[in-house]
Design a protein around this ligand. Structure first.
Ligand code: NDP
Length: 293
């Protein structure tokens, strides 16, 4: 057991602070006669986990005074029908953000769906244009989980400039974008994946370690540099419990900061979806000033 005092980051508390700020901004918009920002959520099929995710997102919208619209399509919906709905939502001035809940049924190509969403409404940051803007450093809409990780680091006062950062996982929604954001914040970043050799040794160099693999408790105590900030994005259900990618108990006394698998990065992800919807609303002059009908 190490001797460092480990702070378990309360992601829910931070998420609530940010949501309160957004609620205030929205109430000012509405008080001034504007319409509230609106998120359209699309779900294809009736997967219970996906249903509960979209309910959670809609509840979060409601709590800050943001509107949300739900579009529930049957599991056998054709790709053409889904793309037609996205086209309608793109054209609808009363919709600021479009979120298509993943995963989609096998018959639907997720890339075609991502490319159909108007980049101005791409609050889940799936469109290639959104990804390209992030690479070039001029994105307004950024993947929600990576934004959440950056907000947690900032809130904890972790020095990113000059830090060695290691990201495990290279998905388009977590690993790649978070590595770009860290690099843009002047960290020196190593992006690891399933073929990385001697992963433990690479991780041990990290002042900031981001784990996003979905491999429960993969990161052991001796992979963590004493004093590191450990952002555990992974969430896997093991024996009915949510478990992170990091051996949470073993990291106590070694990491300076660690995010837990519950009330860690998860609430920040939803908060950043709200943030993106508000940003999209502010960036789209058309429709913004209309009062709700
Ligand atoms: P993906 O499955 O898309 O990507 C996983 C990545 O981990 C891949 O790049 C893979 O490498 C890498 N990986 C897998 N096994 C190993 C290993 N043994 N050693 C090193 N790298 C490995 O997952 P996501 O990025 O979508 O999600 C990652 C985790 O984060 C999941 O648990 C997910 O549930 C969670 N998550 C949590 C969110 C939250 O809000 N808290 C939001 C989004 C995701 P390779 O590319 O070589 O296959």
């Amino acid at each position: 057991m190490g001797t460092i005092e480990t702070t378990v980051v309360n992601g829910l508390e931070l998420a609530n602070e940010l949501r309160d700020e957004m609620a205030q901004q929205i109430s000012e918009i509405v008080a001034a006669g504007g319409r509230a920002p609106c998120l359209a959520v699309v779900l294809v099929g009736d997967d219970p986990a996906s249903r509960s995710y979209i309910k959670g997102k809609q509840r979060a919208c409601g709590r800050i005074g943001m509107d949300s619209r739900e579009h529930l399509l049957p599991a056998d919906t054709s790709q053409t029908n889904l793309l037609d709905l996205i086209k309608d939502l793109n054209a609808d001035d009363g919709v600021d953000g479009i979120l298509v809940q993943l995963p989609l049924p096998d018959a639907i190509d997720p890339d075609a769906v991502a490319e159909a969403i108007d980049p101005a409404k791409d609050v889940d940051a799936l469109h290639p244009t959104t990804a390209g803007r992030l690479l070039r450093g001029n994105a307004e809409l950024i993947s929600c989980t990576p934004l959440g990780v950056m907000a947690v680091l900032e809130k904890c006062g972790v020095e990113i400039e000059g830090a060695r950062a290691v990201v495990i996982g290279r998905s388009n929604i977590v690993g790649k974008p978070v590595s770009i954001l860290l690099q843009q914040a002047n960290a020196t970043v190593t992006l690891c994946h399933s073929r990385t050799k001697d992963l433990a040794a690479v991780c041990r160099e990290a002042d900031i370690l981001v784990a996003a693999t979905g491999r429960p408790r993969m990161v052991k105590a001796d992979w963590i540099k004493p004093g590191a900030a450990v952002m555990d994005v992974g969430v896997t259900e093991v024996d009915g419990k949510l478990v992170g990618d990091v051996d949470f108990d073993a990291a106590q006394g070694i990491a300076k900061y660690i995010t837990p698998s519950r009330r860690g990065i998860g609430p920040m992800t939803i908060t950043m979806l709200l943030r993106n919807t508000l940003v999209a609303y502010r960036s789209r002059p058309s429709g913004r000033a209309r009062t709700a009908s």
